[in-house]
Design a binder for this molecule. Structure first.
Ligand code: DP6
Length: 327
């Protein structure tokens, strides 16, 4: 028997990943940039044992659905092939953030699974190799391996498509204040959405203009230029949602309260409060602000009708192992 435990944070994309050039390898259509979310974490223990007759997955204390197990099984196969070891695994994965809040757990989930499974099988991989492997499980998981502010370079093949840190968390104390507007499970997940993206006539325009937004966002982070960051991340989020809404089938993730929060955040910024929004594949709104504005932003969000819950996260670190009896 051999086992290991790892922890990873989810991340929020400032410049989004939406669409692939190669769906099997998850080579994205554009690069992307994100911030890891401290305090929110997935903790995953992987036990490989010759007594296991098949892979098993326990998610938040319950036997996982068949589709989730299948995705994990396919990912473990990659890691087993790499290690040359055929043992089946028991995977026990727990999120400390509430499920159904629309915070993507696939990024932290596949980052923690990759790290724990590699460690348990004795694979000693460097950060780019771990990021590449995590990418195969879920694209955004590639960005949850390094710490702080992270860029996933699109690359052109398996070897060149991975993520790295562009600045550590200490570089800029930003906070993500998440306005949870719905706890319903989304009907179309990112996995299918990436496939539909190419059916939107707006996707080519989004792809061709992505390098400029990546440059502006990277520079804004490096220079701690909040106004430049605010403009580019709202533009990028709006562009991704324009692609979603014009794909076939159209994906409309926004609720009335989503639009209310977007308007409010823009209004706050006009009145001098540094705050900006970005929205993933769901209705919830991530409001990014400097840490010293977070209490104000939280209070204001809680006063907006339709906001069910507010979650606050600072910039998180890299995915990491737990040693010895911590695991
Ligand atoms: C809207 O990484 O969840 O959050 O590779 O199919 O697991 P899969 O997709 P995923 O897509 C993330 C989409 C997004 C934008 C982003 O995080 O960049």
């Amino acid at each position: 028997m051999t086992s290991a435990t790892a922890i990873a944070n989810p991340n929020i994309a400032f410049i989004k990943y939406w669409g692939n050039r190669d769906h099997d390898l998850r080579i994205p259509s554009t690069g992307s940039i994100s911030m890891n979310l401290a305090g929110l974490e997935t903790r995953t223990k992987v036990v490989f044992d010759s007594n296991n007759a098949a892979d098993q997955l326990i998610l938040n204390g319950r036997v996982a659905r068949a589709d989730a197990l299948e995705r994990v099984r396919v990912h473990l196969n990659l890691i087993r092939a790499r290690a040359g070891i055929g043992l089946f695994a028991q995977v026990d994965s727990v999120n400390n953030f509430p499920t159904g809040t629309g915070i993507a757990s696939s990024a932290s989930g596949f980052a923690a699974l990759t790290l724990a499974a590699c460690k348990a099988l004795g694979l000693d991989l460097d950060e780019p190799e771990l990021s590449r492997l995590a990418r195969r499980g879920s694209g955004s998981a590639s960005r949850s391996i390094p710490g702080g502010f992270v860029e996933w370079q699109m690359g052109e093949d398996d070897e060149s498509s991975y993520a790295y840190s562009i600045a550590p968390g200490e570089h800029w104390s930003l906070v993500d204040t998440i306005a949870v507007l719905s706890t319903e499970h989304k009907h179309t997940g990112s996995r299918q959405g990436h496939i539909f993206a190419d059916s939107s006539m707006l996707q080519p325009a989004r792809i061709v203009s992505a390098p400029e937004r990546l440059y502006i966002c990277r520079q804004a982070i490096l220079r701690r230029d909040f106004d430049a960051l605010a403009d580019v991340i709202e533009l990028d989020s709006n562009m991704m949602h324009a692609v979603m809404m014009t794909s076939n089938p159209p994906l409309m993730y926004w609720l009335p309260a989503t639009i209310a929060v977007m308007h409010a955040v823009r209004q706050w910024r006009k009145s001098g409060i540094p705050a900006t929004y970005t929205i993933d594949a769901g209705p919830n709104v991530h409001v990014i602000s400097p840490a010293d504005q977070a209490v104000q932003v939280r209070n204001k969000l809680e006063a907006i009708p339709g906001v069910l819950q507010v979650i606050v996260a600072q910039v998180g670190g890299p995915a990491r192992y737990l040693l010895g009896d911590q695991s």
